[in-house]
Design a protein around this ligand. Structure first.
Ligand code: FPP
Length: 239
């Protein structure tokens, strides 16, 4: 199961990319790609939680740069988010999945903010599984937000650990593996500091086609890698 005996996979993050191209390839509107893409979200998260026993799953859903998209597309994305959360709230509660977001929610449509807060509050006590969705998230904005919130004392004795406590991700570990779909090979302002030692996996598969078997392939690939964290010996959970 874990041939390289590396630390267990605690946190997997996804840059869900290729919804638009998936739709274009089928001569559909881009928004049809988002509609199909949102269907993958729960299946992939559930497979990571249940089959692979990964406690933290994070999804990059809307970046600080995505506001430049056509208004109609933005409206569809937030409508899909609202519908998704309304539909899945009972399953999140039943399966004891903590739902949370990273990013500045204040710019989101009011109705999206309300359902996000509602599901967040109702699932806040769960600890076994955490589903984090990045909404109006950008790493540079996150870093500025963290620095601005530091007290003068904290500024003077700043360590990585104390800065990390001010990041949106303060309650979750750094990602072990970041998966980006659609063939693009970059991080696009996603978890830049937290990804310092993350393994990166790029697949040409568009997000709407990324199924459980695709996740299995990504994780199998990860399990055969050797993580050294700057050391000369592989770091192992058995060390
Ligand atoms: C990337 O494809 C996808 C997005 C920017 C939006 C994804 C968000 C959702 C489907 C709704 C979020 C809902 C939940 C529950 C997490 P793209 O449009 O950039 O594709 P392209 O690069 O092919 O144009």
């Amino acid at each position: 199961m874990n041939p390289s005996h590396q630390p267990p996979l605690q946190h997997i993050a996804f840059i869900m990319d290729g919804n638009g191209r998936w739709a274009k390839a089928r001569k559909l509107m881009r928004t049809e790609g988002h509609k199909e893409g949102v269907k993958r979200v729960f299946d992939i998260a559930q497979h990571a939680f249940d089959h692979w026993n990964i406690p933290y799953v994070t999804l990059y859903a809307f970046s600080t740069e995505n506001w430049t998209r056509p208004r109609y597309e933005i409206d569809v994305i937030f409508r899909l988010l609202r519908t998704y959360l309304r539909q899945k709230k009972s399953i999140l509660l039943r399966n004891k999945i903590r739902f949370q977001t990273i990013g500045d929610l204040s710019k989101l449509p009011r109705s999206a903010q309300e359902i996000v807060q509602e599901v967040h509050q109702e699932t806040a006590a769960f600890s076994e599984h955490t589903l984090t969705v990045a909404l109006n998230y950008g790493s540079r904005e996150e870093i500025l937000h963290a620095i601005r919130s530091l007290s003068p004392e904290e500024c003077h004795q700043l360590t990585w650990e104390s800065l990390a406590q001010h990041l949106y991700t303060h309650s979750i570990p750094d990602p072990d593996l970041i998966v980006r779909t659609s063939g693009e090979q970059r991080l696009s302002n996603f978890l830049l500091l937290q990804a310092a030692y993350s393994e990166l996996y790029f697949t040409p598969t568009y997000w709407p086609d990324f199924k459980e078997a695709s996740l299995d392939q990504a994780i199998e690939d990860y399990l055969h890698r050797t993580r050294r964290f700057g050391n000369i010996e592989p770091c192992s959970s058995n060390d």
